[in-house]
Design a binder for this molecule. Structure first.
Ligand code: MSP
Length: 501
């Protein structure tokens, strides 16, 4: 069985409605998935929702509904948004899926048996929003959460621990032997130093949180939401198929099987795409759990940066949350998708403003891609009613196109989406320059054959532009390909009507 290219987004918390920041991680995966498929790669693209934990319990209580009903509602909102944004995922997992819960329980029992999980008790400072303990070196001033800035609560509870400390050396060894595991490189050191600083065992159950997966052998405990959540990547890869939720006695024996057959088709994941704030969970805890299970580690974890809005963190309280669907309805979903990846080098933080959105839209889309297409077709229609199948183009153009395509492939290898777009827009800008330099609209009058040659070349080149842009702008890319296809030339609406400043 051939290994598929397995790419995942994080699973999204259902305690808030999705915004532009969430869409960012998912669109990045979608672009990559579409590109890989266009290269003939067999892709499995996974996304989903993360539905357990105290925060979701609280959000549901505030709405006066059950956590499950609340999770159903928000999970559906995510799915609806992915539909609107044209996300081509192959699988959608929910952590409340019984098959997933069974895998989590089985894994917990297995690690309990192997001694990787043990019962103890914990006292510490806890942030209920992060669902995480912070030690003194990590907390903010006056015992506050470094992320939420609100006071941490003192918590004392009986809890099961995962022996994370056991994996300090193996993790460091793994990072050393697999330099491609932690990307971008400039975020790797933080992780390496964190692990070098010493790993403490991790509390992986809660007795106070009811909305979670119960520990099979001790149901007074529910499993920590992050432990539950990370496992989605393997339960969605088919681990659940081997587990019978009604027969937990079989779990351990059957868990061994998840490394066999179908599972091999997917695991290990090729890429976990995550935001920078959850990089550590994915590059320290998750690989340690996999090591404890004696399973292969993902090939790569990529951490992207964060979006702010006009310099501020996106937040409901500030009322500056950008709804990607709303923006898409106004300016086109494809324009939004492309903007996010041209504006900021992928990996770094970015700031969203309507001014930069409009400027980029007009410059890259209306004046560059859109204008080139409409002026080429208009001039062409003056000479011939039909677009050609092929055309002889100068060697120089063939070489330039080939070189651009190779550079695009290389940029994708580095997940440099901004570079890919820069290459495409640059190539298109050069074609616009060619139009300005050769003035085919004048040549039509003096040397029609010459004009036709230039226009044919422009058509052929734009077929490449259309193909290259499709992972970013699936609808527009398809429409460009349709307009550029051999056959009668028609009258069309502009692809990108200019936006008034
Ligand atoms: N449920 C966890 C992930 C568990 S994965 C086993 C979670 N969910 S989340 O909904 O809070 O975040 C999901 C993704 O959205 C993360 O990759 C996060 O970085 C991304 N973003 C949320 N807000 C963002 C911005 N403002 N900007 C960019 N991305 C951000 O974490």
């Amino acid at each position: 069985m051939d290994k598929k290219y397995y790419i995942t987004t994080p699973i999204y918390y259902v305690n808030s409605v999705p915004h532009l920041g969430h869409a960012y991680t998912t669109i990045a995966c979608d672009i990559l998935a579409r590109y890989k498929r266009s290269q003939g790669v067999d892709v499995r693209f996974l996304t989903g929702t993360d539905e357990h934990g105290a925060n979701i319990e609280k959000s549901a209580a505030a709405k006066g509904v059950s956590p499950k009903a609340w999770a159903d509602e928000v999970s559906a909102k995510y799915r609806a948004l992915w539909k609107t944004l044209n996300i081509s995922y192959d699988a959608f997992i929910r952590t409340t899926d019984p098959a997933h819960e069974a895998v989590v329980q089985a894994i917990f029992e297995k690690l309990l048996k192997s001694g990787d999980i043990y019962l103890g008790s914990y006292s510490g400072k806890y942030c209920t929003s992060c669902e995480q303990y912070y030690d003194e070196s990590e907390m903010g001033e006056n015992c506050t959460c470094p992320v939420h800035k609100k006071p941490l609560t003192e918590v004392h509870e009986e809890t099961y621990f995962f022996k994370l400390s056991r994996y300090e050396k193996p993790l460091l060894q793994y990072y050393k032997e697999h330099p491609e595991f932690l990307v971008p490189k400039y975020r790797a050191n933080e992780i390496i130093n964190f692990v070098k600083g010493g790993l403490r065992d991790l509390s992986v159950t809660r007795t106070k949180v009811k909305w979670g997966v119960p520990v099979l052998s001790n149901p007074a405990h529910t499993i920590y939401v992050w432990f539950d959540a990370l496992i989605n990547y393997i339960s969605a890869a088919g681990a659940g198929k081997f587990l019978d939720p009604k027969n937990p006695a079989l779990h351990d024996e059957k868990l061994a099987l998840i490394q066999a057959e179908n599972f091999r088709e997917l695991w290990p994941a090729d890429l976990h795409m995550v935001g920078k704030e959850i990089f550590r969970f994915h590059t320290v805890i998750w690989p340690a759990v996999l090591m404890a299970l004696d399973m292969q580690l993902p090939q790569q974890v990529f951490a992207h940066g964060w979006w702010t809005v006009e310099g501020e963190k996106m937040s409901k309280t500030l009322g500056n949350v950008i709804d990607p669907a709303e923006l898409g309805a106004k300016y086109g979903v494809d324009a939004v998708r492309a903007f996010l990846f041209r504006e900021v080098p992928f990996g770094q933080d970015g700031d969203f403003s309507m001014t930069s959105f409009k400027n980029r839209y007009n410059a890259d889309l209306a004046n560059n891609l859109g204008n080139l297409l409409s002026r080429t077709l208009n001039m062409m229609a003056k000479i011939t009613p039909e677009l050609p199948q092929q055309a002889d183009v100068p060697m120089e153009t063939v070489e330039k196109t080939q070189k651009t395509e190779e550079e695009i492939d290389r940029a994708y290898d580095e997940l440099a989406f901004d570079k890919v777009l820069e290459l495409i827009y640059g190539y298109s800008a050069d074609l616009n320059k060619k139009v300005a330099d050769t003035k085919p609209w004048e040549l039509i009058k003096t040397n029609e054959l010459k004009a036709l040659d230039i226009l044919k070349e422009l058509i052929v080149c734009q077929r490449y532009v259309a193909k290259w842009i499709t992972p970013f702008m699936p609808t527009i890319g398809a429409e460009m390909q349709r307009r550029l296809a051999p056959g009668p030339i028609q009258k069309y609406e502009p692809l990108f009507p200019r936006i008034a400043a």
